[in-house]
Write a protein that binds this ligand. Structure first.
Ligand SMILES: Cc1cc2nc3c(=O)[nH]c(=O)nc-3n(C[C@H](O)[C@H](O)[C@H](O)COP(=O)(O)O)c2cc1C
Length: 378
């Protein structure tokens, strides 16, 4: 795969669409129900237009960022997905290596194929995404194990109170636990490169990986659990999947160190607001006493610049890394991270900013600020 000819994330997505079985590609790429939240996440970014500052010296630019008190090469982390092992042989390890080589955190998902300990051994900053189990005793046992591993932050997912409605997975014959159907088998046979490079390698070595067997996820997760997690978890505690200022305040009042403003990449509630639209009000509500990260729909360096300008310490990125990974393993994922970093540095230069701290809402006409009648910073 000649990565040099993939100039942006749309090119990467198109190449991944050809390589992956349709069922796996759609499992990663699509959202929920009618894909409205997915499209709206992009549309919300698109609506934000810049008023760049002219005639400033931007010859020396740096996009180094502090997230959760640690310094990184850019304001981005790999979002938890647990799908990397489906698109590349030992994909989670490859993606974690790409993150470490780029100098950004990797978030391992509860629903993961490689073990926590294997990934920790690779080095780099590790965050852990937690799905709380109905059986709380098992949850507390898991987070003790995570704390012992050296993971720096726990991201508790709050936006999957019930299983989302994703009809395309059923239509494609991709359900969990996976059961082969004629449709899914034909789909895989039509993608021989994936079959040989991913399934073939697993068969010759470790066998087809399975998700670690986990207890069922809680449908009764509440803010009381956040309080309890605060008592038990020694590191940074973030609540992931917040779209309201009042929820962000409650999370921080319960002891969270921060929130991830997210609609799960449009994969849960198909009518949910776009995170970039609600980011300013959440930063207003808790930004002075907590860390605010955001994700969902980041596909260009300009999107990262917008998120940082509106107060996010950084963004999480889910699909782009997975799709890059599916083309060439670690180098494919690194290629994607390199594109985003380069684009961010160009965006900063174009906006007249040498450092991330110079990005601010004054550079953009943000619909949320205009709607609420607030004056933008001059
Ligand atoms: C295939 C896939 C699996 C995901 N699995 C999880 C998960 O297990 N837990 C979680 O909190 N978020 C999960 N997410 C959501 C991501 O962490 C993140 O919020 C989202 O992908 C961000 O949007 P983006 O893909 O547009 O960057 C998943 C996303 C994808 C694409």
């Amino acid at each position: 795969m000649n990565l040099d000819r993939l100039y942006n994330l749309s090119d990467v997505r198109e190449a991944a669409r050809k390589r992956l079985p349709k069922g796996i590609f759609e499992f990663i790429d699509r959202g929920a129900e009618d894909d409205e939240a997915l499209a709206h996440n992009r549309e919300a970014f698109r609506r934000i237009k810049a008023r760049p500052q002219a005639l400033l010296d931007v010859s020396q630019r740096s996009c180094e960022a502090t997230m959760l008190g640690e310094r990184f090469s850019m304001p981005m982390a790999i979002a938890p997905t647990g799908a990397a092992g489906l698109v590349w042989y030992q994909g989670e390890m490859e993606l974690a290596k790409a993150a470490a080589a780029t100098g950004i955190p990797f978030t391992i998902a509860t629903r993961s194929m490689s073990s926590l300990e294997e990934i920790v051994a690779l080095g780099g900053t590790l965050w852990y995404q937690l799905y709380v189990f109905t059986d709380r005793a098992q949850t507390w046992k898991l987070i003790d194990r995570v704390a012992g591993s050296g993971a720096k932050a726990l991201l508790v997912t709050a936006d999957v109170p019930v299983q989302p409605n994703r009809e395309f997975n059923r239509r494609n014959g991709y359900t969990f636990p996976f059961k082969a159907t004629p449709r899914s088998v034909i789909d895989m046979l039509r993608h021989p490169r994936w079959l040989i490079e991913v399934i073939g390698k697993y068969q010759r070595t470790t066998g087809i990986p399975q998700y670690e067997k986990m207890p069922e996820y809680a449908e009764n997760l509440t803010f009381e659990d956040i309080r309890e997690l605060r008592r038990r978890w020694p590191g940074q505690l973030l609540v992931k999947g917040i779209l309201r200022a009042d929820d962000a305040k409650k999370a921080v009042d319960c002891g969270a160190d921060g929130v991830v403003v997210s609609n799960h990449g449009g994969r849960c509630l198909d009518v949910s607001a776009a995170p970039i639209d609600v980011l300013p009000e959440i930063v207003d509500a808790v930004g002075h006493r907590a860390s605010v990260l955001m994700d969902s729909g980041v596909r260009r360096g300009t999107d990262i610049a917008k998120a940082v300008a509106f107060g996010a310490q950084g963004v999480l990125s889910g699909r782009p890394g997975l799709l890059g990974l599916s083309l060439a393993g670690q180098p494919g994922a690194e290629h994607v991270l390199g594109i985003l970093r380069r684009e961010l540095l160009i965006a900063m230069g174009q906006l007249g900013c040498a450092k991330l701290s110079e990005l601010g809402p004054h550079l953009f006409g943000h619909p949320a600020l205009i709607r609420s009648g607030r004056r933008e910073h001059a």
